[in-house]
Write a protein that binds this ligand. Structure first.
Ligand SMILES: [Zn+2]
Length: 87
């Protein structure tokens, strides 16, 4: 790999899904997490998504940032009320 191209190359480029072998495409996704009994959404999370089966992959540093955001001191950017329906 040409190191000069690192910045423009997707983190997931050339990676394949460990379940189905499909191509992984970088996307921004919204994550749902339950924190202290409350659902939180984390928007715009960079993820690798399998084009075949839809399995999501997250880089370790992305996961770390998410954990720090949801349980750390960071104030939520805005709050969204999520309706919950009991079956
Ligand atoms: Zn797959």
């Amino acid at each position: 790999m040409n190191p000069n191209n690192m910045e423009t190359t997707s983190f997931w480029q050339g990676e394949t899904c460990e379940y189905c072998g499909g191509q992984i495409i970088e996307k921004r996704v919204t994550l749902h997490r339950k924190v202290k009994g409350e659902y939180v959404l984390i928007e715009n999370v960079p993820a690798g998504v399998c084009a075949e089966c839809g399995t999501r992959y997250f880089a370790a540093n992305v996961l770390k940032t998410i954990e720090e955001s949801v349980r750390g001191r960071k104030q939520a950017d805005r709050k969204v009320v999520v309706p919950v329906y009991a079956f």
